[in-house]
Design a protein around this ligand. Structure first.
Ligand SMILES: NC(=O)c1ccc[n+]([C@@H]2O[C@H](COP(=O)([O-])OP(=O)(O)OC[C@H]3O[C@@H](n4cnc5c(N)ncnc54)[C@H](O)[C@@H]3O)[C@@H](O)[C@H]2O)c1
Ligand SMILES: CC(C)=CCC/C(C)=C/C=C/C(C)=C/C=C/C(C)=C/C=C/C=C(C)/C=C/C=C(C)/C=C/C=C(\C)CCC=C(C)C
Length: 607
């Protein structure tokens, strides 16, 4: 059966291209093919790509963004805040934005000098480097899942963006069928991507469409809901009443993992491995361990128009949010290292978080405390490893820390990337190494979308690969430096396969190891976030924002729905809603509320 593009394309899947074009950038198109040294395909090469590209990056000049503005603020310590927020990563900022917009008195305490956490940026020699990846979901203009756009709007902000023409281009291992390697581009247009994949695996044409169409069922359901706290039954019942079909669809997928759905429709082992890496690049686990609802979000938002690069760099999002929060009356204190979450009450009775103490001795008191640090940093380091509530002990059995990353930030002469139009690439030479440290190589070239990030005539190449902190322990300073250089050289050698001449064209290079991530992001072992230790029951085992300590909430990637900027912003929306409900600033049905809370924790403990 041939894919029928007219059937696949629906208004909800592909909002008009103009709606996602940059707000202030030229929509200049470059119709050339990708210029990376792409191996030819053997199983049916796709039709000429130039004909199928309907959205192209603005790859020419862009205006320089406004200079970074991080307004340092202080905050009084002699007041009781509605919420004291530990950490100004995207999870903490999203919570703060939603709270201040409702008139709550909020202080954000950030250990570093800048907002954004792992989604911040740093500047060196005329380059603006994104700390993490440059792939931003949730930045579209339509629907309800464009949570980054919505979060900015909450505090009156908007950022010009550039659409990514492809989400990612995969350069995957050689096999009998693909002697030069399997290459697949995930085009912004859904039909183009389906066609490309079906050309590679013609016998699975129908299965491919069925699998990805199941993802659309989830996305289309999420994309009509007002996204708030799933722990608040009054809101939840309201959404069920307004959108019963969407809510039932989501409920039916809550306990499902992606691998199960993929195997229902696809039999080819090589294609199933492709679905694995489709999950791995954002969940850092295979499809069997990746909740299907998250896959629905990621596999569809990219075609719906959600992946757009913020002009000026990913760090602009945090900067704009921070400014907006301050404008709405909130406080953000930088260089504020929270050492302790103050909890009152007996160990065997009701315990309540009442504030925090900083390393310099300052105390901020609040009716609620929200932690944007990982659960390990929050409970073990700021409360005490001997005081772990039962639900936290359970969390530690079910989830473990994912590896951190080794990152290589490079400035390169522009000619080495002549004609390049794809920002993100994935390289893997051996399927057996997909989940191993230093196996998958992630590559972002954000300057193809926003040239203003590099000095004229230059590009940024950011390459990173999963790595464990244990690989960097017990080294002398000289050994540490030598190990960094050696691994950086190895990665450059691998990169030469898709960017020939890279090493000779490199004019700037800075390396980060898991130790760097631990130090600057204050994430235990530099972890990227929690991953399941065993097969999870879809999303059901992931904790929401409330904790067993009254008044203490967690937000960010150790809370539902997990890693990803759009995901932690959703977690922030949920957290703010739950906090407001507990503060009496959002309507609730108290009896139902407490019964539902107990039911949820019973279900989660059993999941
Ligand atoms: N392209 C992408 O998709 C992309 C890019 C970057 C980041 N991310 C995602 O962002 C997620 C993380 O976001 P997040 O909001 O959960 O966490 P985060 O680590 O980004 O932010 C946490 C913040 O808390 C601060 N902090 C930690 N301990 C502190 C303490 N004791 N006192 C004061 N401040 C403290 C840190 O300095 C940091 O700014 C990751 O899962 C990753 O997937 C994604
Ligand atoms: C009863 C109950 C509870 C319920 C009922 C039913 C219902 C209603 C349900 C509902 C649900 C919901 C709403 C859900 C939600 C969800 C969500 C929102 C989700 C989201 C997600 C997201 C995500 C996951 C994302 C992610 C992303 C990421 C991670 C990214 C990353 C990236 C990277 C790393 C990059 C790569 C790079 C290269 C390639 C270079």
């Amino acid at each position: 059966m041939q894919l029928n593009r007219n059937v696949v394309q629906t208004a909800s899947r592909a909002p008009a291209a103009h709606s996602v074009l940059p707000l202030s950038l030229p929509s200049a198109c470059t119709n050339g093919r990708r210029s990376l040294a792409a191996p030819a395909q053997t199983a049916g090469d796709a039709a000429p790509r130039a004909q199928r590209r309907s959205i192209r990056a603005a790859a020419t000049k862009t205006p320089y963004p406004p200079p970074s503005r991080v307004i340092p603020t202080e905050a009084p310590t002699d007041v009781e805040y509605d919420a004291v927020i530990v950490g100004g990563g995207m999870g903490g900022l999203a919570t703060a934005a939603r709270l201040v917009a409702k008139g709550a008195k909020v202080v954000v305490l950030e250990k570093y000098l800048l907002p954004g956490g792992s989604a911040a940026h740093f500047k060196r020699e005329g380059y603006t480097f994104d700390v993490g990846s440059s792939m931003m979901f949730g930045m579209g203009q339509e629907g309800t899942t464009n949570l980054i756009t919505k979060c900015l709007e909450t505090v009156g902000r908007k950022i010009p963006t550039v659409p990514d023409p492809t989400q990612v281009v995969y350069h995957l291992p050689k096999s009998d069928r693909f002697p030069k390697g399997l290459e697949v581009a995930v085009w912004r247009q859904y039909e183009e991507f389906l066609e490309e994949l079906a050309q590679r695996f013609p016998a699975e044409r129908e299965g491919i469409k069925k699998f990805y169409d199941e993802c659309w069922r989830i996305f289309d359901s999420l994309n009509v809901l007002e996204l708030k706290s799933l722990e608040e039954p009054r809101y939840l019942l309201g959404e069920f009443a307004k959108q019963p079909a969407a809510c039932l669809t989501l409920a039916s997928f809550l306990a499902t993992n992606t691998g199960d759905v993929a195997r229902r429709h696809i039999k080819d082992p090589e294609l199933l491995r492709f679905i694995d890496i489709e999950c791995f690049i954002w969940s850092t686990v295979s499809a069997d361990l990746t909740p299907m609802i998250n896959a629905g979000m990621v596999f569809c938002d990219r075609h719906y128009g959600g992946i757009n690069y913020p002009v000026g760099g990913v760090g602009r999002i945090g900067e704009e949010l921070a400014e907006g929060i301050v404008e709405y009356g909130g406080h953000i204190v930088y260089k504020a290292n929270v050492k302790e979450i103050i909890v009152e009450g007996p160990m065997d009775g009701e315990r309540r978080a009442v504030g925090v103490r900083l390393a310099d001795g300052r105390v901020f008191r609040g009716k609620t405390v929200v932690s944007n640090a990982t659960r390990w940093d929050t409970f073990e380091n700021m409360i005490g490893p001997d005081k772990l509530p039962e639900s936290e002990q359970l969390f530690r059995k079910r989830f473990k820390k994912s590896p951190s990353f080794f990152s290589l930030h490079m400035g390169v002469k522009a000619e080495v990337l002549q004609g390049q139009a794809d920002c993100h690439h994935i390289l893997l030479e051996d399927w057996g190494k997909m989940e191993a440290a230093r196996g998958v190589l992630f590559v972002s070239i954000p300057t193809v979308l926003d040239p203003s990030l590099a000095p004229p005539g230059h590009h940024i190449v950011h390459a990173f690969t999963p790595d464990w902190i244990d690989n960097w322990k017990d080294l002398s300073p000289a050994e540490y430096e030598a190990a960094k250089e050696q691994l950086a050289d190895q990665l450059c050698e691998r990169l030469e396969a898709i960017i020939p001449g890279l090493r000779a064209a490199t004019t700037f290079r800075e390396v980060g190891t898991p130790r760097t991530h631990r130090r600057y992001l204050s994430r235990e072992d530099g972890t990227y976030g929690p991953i399941p230790s065993r097969r999870p029951l879809g999303m059901l085992s992931m904790p929401f924002n409330s904790t067993d300590i009254r008044g203490l909430y967690c937000v960010g990637d150790s809370s539902f729905p997990g890693q990803g900027v759009n995901a932690v912003v959703f977690s922030g929306f949920g957290c703010a809603h739950r906090v407001l409900a507990d503060l009496g600033k959002e309507p609730t049905w108290p009896l139902l509320d407490s019964a539902f809370g107990k039911l949820l924790s019973t279900v989660r403990n059993a999941a």
